[in-house]
Design a protein around this ligand. Structure first.
Ligand SMILES: [Zn+2]
Length: 370
């Protein structure tokens, strides 16, 4: 039997390789989280600029055997638009313009293609909205039945989007962690967990954001800033830039900056106060619902990415997030509050920023509009 994808994933805890078949959401040996090591990514000499749709362009760099068809919806190839932030030009990578309205599509296309190839017909997932909507979209394309567990409080548009794609929404009362518990109960009963966080396939998809940024700028960025929830996006960006560096496409690693919502900032707490600070973190209410994550699975990977790249982590309160969302909409960039956190963070990080500065705009404004 051939592997569904190259057995390139490794456990963060014990270092053992993923079996290469099936979709265990945790290490079979120790229960740790699987990740994608950079050595597993192979870059071609050049990308085909227009010959293929969506991430098909980056096919050989994705953690998916090249014989497996990619179920693209045209994800990726998002615009890089320059907006003035005070006197500093900031290049906004509009991931909000992906097929389902968020950067998650770059990861989902890889995972969903692997699922379909393995013959999986039904999956479960938990998500505050964007990952659930993305999975629902790609599952619809592939004829996979998806059951998405969401917190009862998740915003209406995302839930309606999930339903529109034909997926089943299971509303779970209480905070987001309760939805995570509910999905694990389904997994224990045998459901395939198409998790955007546990399954490492998405990391290779997020790395393509780095490839496009370098292509579009015509050089490596000096700084890249992104919101941090579980941390998969920042880890994917680091992977992409490190692979580019190793292949001589850029001269140095950009500084990576992560932003959390002040009301729920576990990675920032550890960054500033050490591991003991984590116990004090609350899952507080915030407009930035997409990064309201009390137990970030890739928090350690984020901290390493920040350290290795000489970046930093910061937090933003909702009032500033809301103002930034309006400010950016007023210059034509429609983004959700979860994405808007990066804008005020640029003020706080001004002394550390090296140009060119790129801000990853993760999700569309309509996602959070009642
Ligand atoms: Zn392990």
């Amino acid at each position: 039997m051939t592997a569904d994808f190259p057995p390139t994933f490794r456990c963060l805890g014990c270092g053992k390789a993923h079996p290469g078949v099936g979709f265990p959401h945790q290490c079979l040996a120790c229960g740790g989280v699987y990740t994608l090591p950079g050595e597993a990514i192979t870059l071609p000499d050049s990308w085909d600029p227009a010959g293929a749709g969506g991430l098909q362009r980056f096919r050989t760099a994705l953690p998916l055997a090249v014989s497996i068809p990619l179920a693209t919806l045209g994800e990726g190839n998002t615009p890089l638009v320059t907006v003035a932030h005070g006197r500093q030009p900031v290049h906004c990578k509009l991931e909000s313009l992906n097929p389902t309205g968020s950067y998650k599509d770059r990861g989902t296309v890889v995972l969903a293609s692997a699922l379909a190839h393995a013959g999986v017909r039904q999956v479960v997932e938990d998500s505050s909205g964007n990952a659930g909507a993305s999975l629902a979209g790609y599952a619809a394309r592939l004829g996979i039945a998806a059951r998405i567990f969401v917190p009862e409080s998740a915003s209406g548009p995302k839930r309606r989007q999930i339903t529109a794609y034909g997926a089943e929404v299971v509303a779970v009362p209480g905070p987001r962690s309760q939805a995570a518990e509910a999905v694990l109960a389904a997994v224990r009963q045998g459901a395939v967990y198409a998790s955007h966080v546990y399954q490492p396939h998405a990391l290779g998809g997020y790395a393509t954001i780095a490839y496009e940024i370098v292509e579009q700028l015509g050089q490596g960025p000096g700084s890249v800033i992104a919101p941090v929830g579980h941390g998969s996006l920042l880890r994917g960006l680091q992977l992409g830039f490190e692979v580019l560096l190793r292949n001589g496409r850029i001269e140095r690693l950009p500084r990576l900056f992560g932003v959390q919502a002040a009301a729920c900032a576990p990675v920032w707490a550890v960054y500033h106060g050490g591991a003991a600070a984590l116990s004090l973190v609350a899952e507080g209410e915030t407009l930035a619902e997409g990064i309201r994550v009390r137990n970030p699975l890739r928090g350690d990977e984020v901290l390493r990415a920040i350290e290795r790249s000489q970046g930093a982590l910061t937090i933003v309160e909702d009032e500033r997030t809301e103002a930034a969302q309006q400010q950016l909409a007023a210059v034509g960039i429609d983004l959700e509050p979860t994405s808007a956190v990066v804008w005020p963070a640029l003020d706080d990080l001004a002394a550390a920023l090296e140009p060119p500065v790129v801000a990853v705009i993760t999700g569309a404004g309509w996602k959070a509009r009642p």
